[in-house]
Design a protein around this ligand. Structure first.
Ligand code: AMP
Length: 405
């Protein structure tokens, strides 16, 4: 693989896999363009070198053929705006090809001039994309001289454009883009070069979604903080009373196994000593506080309590490496957001004192954004599913296809 930053793209057609799977409203307005913005530095570096950029992406879930509502043509104007926001002259041209392979795509790609951009139509209009079809990947590969993967969000999928395509480029003509490079470097730093103490903060609704990540982290972390709805399955497994709190009864044994394994491996597991209770799952519910293993009938734990906040914050502030995935409570409701907010502040404090902190997974990212702390942590990952699988210890096809070349 080549280093993106050191590569000179002058005169080269760079075929860049991006994740432009942004949400649209019913009038085709983009309601959150984070994913598009995230990849602009990669595009600008190529254009700045005097290269040509050919962008390919998936968009929504079409049923295997063209559908207007899933056409990437709806994004062209916005992309033009993002690339020309600084008002530079001459403006960067953005063209659109209404197919991602075939004659028109090839002709448009070959006619691009240095400094121009072509956006190809949705890759998922071909079912071959998700099947990882080699023939389809080879056709795509013909569009560019160099392959750049900047789509971390789909790195855990062995799709034609994210993994299979890499085999059609020599080792020095395939590389990660800046976004993907940042994601991979941050994730590797946490998983393979972590300075100790290393605290993993795992929250969210379900134990079943997080078992693999916890098991893998038992091999790496010194401390694991468990909060959110999943904590109550652990509480019940240890014989506690959890009222109406979330619980996965079929995971009680799993929870006990995790606690036992942690003991053997000398990893400290921190469960919330107390909880903020609600008498119903509602933003206006009556609230109370109790020990997390003595929740009265008719009440449910919707956030970690003040004692838990104190203990968790201490552990976090002593850490040198922090990984955070999943909220501590129902942070979408104001009454139950103190736990998640306090944890976010503790992560920010630790980062200010020199810790490396990585926040990933949809809801914890939403939380740091909501509390305006995104720039106070070391790295905010854009890839929810991909990041989870990486920390579960799985090989991500999109990373392997480039790293192992
Ligand atoms: P996940 O997608 O598994 O990370 O879960 C995130 C969701 O878990 C968020 O929508 C939270 O509102 C929810 N959640 C966190 N804590 C609790 C809790 N104690 N009870 C119910 N839901 C929770």
């Amino acid at each position: 693989m080549s280093s993106f930053s050191n590569y000179n793209f002058h005169g080269q057609k760079a075929l860049v896999r991006v994740d432009f799977n942004v949400p649209l409203d019913e009038h085709f307005n983009i309601t959150d363009d984070t994913r598009m913005r995230a990849t602009i530095p990669t595009i600008k570096k190529i254009l700045g070198d005097g290269g040509k950029v050919i962008l390919m992406s998936h968009f929504g879930r079409p049923k295997g053929g063209p559908e207007d509502k899933y056409s990437l043509k709806h994004l062209v104007k916005h992309l033009y705006g993002l690339l020309n926001a600084d008002g530079h002259e001459p403006a960067t041209n953005v063209f659109f090809a209404d197919d991602c392979i075939g004659e028109q795509a090839y002709i448009t790609a070959s006619m691009l001039r240095n400094g121009e951009v072509l956006l190809l139509e949705n890759l998922r209009f071909y079912k071959e994309e998700e099947k990882g079809d080699t023939g389809f990947a080879e056709k795509l590969s013909k569009l560019g001289d160099v392959y750049v993967n900047d789509a971390f969000g789909t790195a855990h999928r062995a799709h034609a454009s994210t993994a299979v395509i890499a085999q059609f480029f020599p080792a020095d003509k395939k590389m990660f883009g800046l976004l993907m490079e940042g994601e991979v470097m941050s994730a590797e730093k946490v998983l393979h070069q972590s300075e100790k103490p290393f605290t993993a903060i795992i929250g969210g609704a379900k134990v079943s979604d997080k078992i693999l990540i916890i098991e893998n982290l038992l091999e790496k972390a010194t401390d694991i903080i468990i909060g959110g709805g999943m904590a109550y399955t652990f509480m019940k497994a240890r014989g506690g009373k959890i009222g109406n709190s979330l619980c996965e009864d079929d995971r009680l044994q799993t929870a006990l196994d995790i606690l036992e394994k942690a003991k053997q491996k000398n990893v400290s597991i921190h469960l919330p000593e107390d909880s903020v209770l609600a008498d119903k799952f509602d933003a206006n519910a009556n609230t109370n506080i109790s020990p997390s293993d003595a929740i009265p009938d008719g009440w449910m734990g919707l956030d970690i309590g003040p004692k838990a906040i104190g203990i968790f914050s201490e552990v976090i502030k002593k850490s040198k490496t922090i990984l955070w995935n999943g909220p501590m409570g129902v942070f979408e409701m104001e009454k139950f957001q103190a736990g998640t907010k306090s944890v976010a502040l503790a992560v920010a404090d630790a980062t200010a004192s020199g810790a490396f902190s990585l926040v990933g997974g949809g809801d914890s990212v939403a939380a740091v954004n909501q509390f305006n702390l995104a720039d106070k942590v070391s790295y905010v990952s854009t890839g929810g599913g991909a990041m989870l699988e990486y920390f579960e210890g799985k090989v991500l096809p999109g990373i392997a296809a480039i790293q192992n070349a």
